[in-house]
Design a binder for this molecule. Sequence first.
Ligand code: AP5
Ligand code: MG
Length: 216
Amino acid sequence: MNIILLGPPGAGKGTQAERLVAGRGMVQLSTGDMLRAARKADTPLGHQVAAVMDSGALVSDEIVSALIDDKLSTMTADQGAIFDGYPRTAAQAESLDAILSRHDRKLDRVIELDVDEDALVERIVGRYSCAKCGTNYHDTFHRPKVDGVCDVCGSTEFKRRPDDNEETVRTRMAEYRAKTAPVIPIYEARGILVRIDGMGDIDHVSAAIADILDGK
Ligand code: AP5
Ligand code: MG
């Protein structure tokens, strides 16, 4: 299965993708994670995108579509893809069609996480992750089982994203409304869009996604 998780910043795309990876052996293709990895590795691409990302604006369509194409080339046919944070513009949606057909894949479902924007700021400014393995946490909604110790790898080092401050979040939301929301009707018209309530707790959202993937 190949699916898109669609929704504004903080909607829970990464959180749910992580669970699908662990539970179903699918592969998460997060353009945000790929760009952050390029920055961390100090590559020319990382340098090129740093300022744009920190401002909350979108990086160019060509850059992110090339990252998706490259990642799909490393996957085997039996591995399902979860597109997280891609496509984010109508041009990216068009590129994805071409990329998928080159890789002999088809899009099964686009799952839109329907959320209340006001609640998202709290989700985002409270977010942090393990500095070693990247597992995501939240100050209030998703704390490690033992305070200060990562559930997955036991590390005690954590980090926060530079774009997770209130001002940048507002820019990211505005970008979503202006450039990404117009992608929704494209998939609605194809009959593959499913909208689910993203405001429930994390387990409830996972259960709703599982029902969709299991065809219930
Ligand atoms: P990206 O990394 O994709 O960021 P984003 O879309 O802004 O989304 P987030 O990662 O902030 O939110 P999420 O939906 O994954 O939420 P999460 O699960 O973490 O992109 C960053 C930047 O890279 C962009 O601004 C742009 O510059 C660039 N970029 C990336 N892709 C691009 C593209 N395709 N084109 C152009 N530019 C691109 O959840 C958030 C928090 O809430 C967590 O702490 C979590 O624990 C908590 N939480 C999750 N679900 C729930 C719940 N149900 N209840 C309570 N808390 C919850
Ligand atoms: Mg994310």
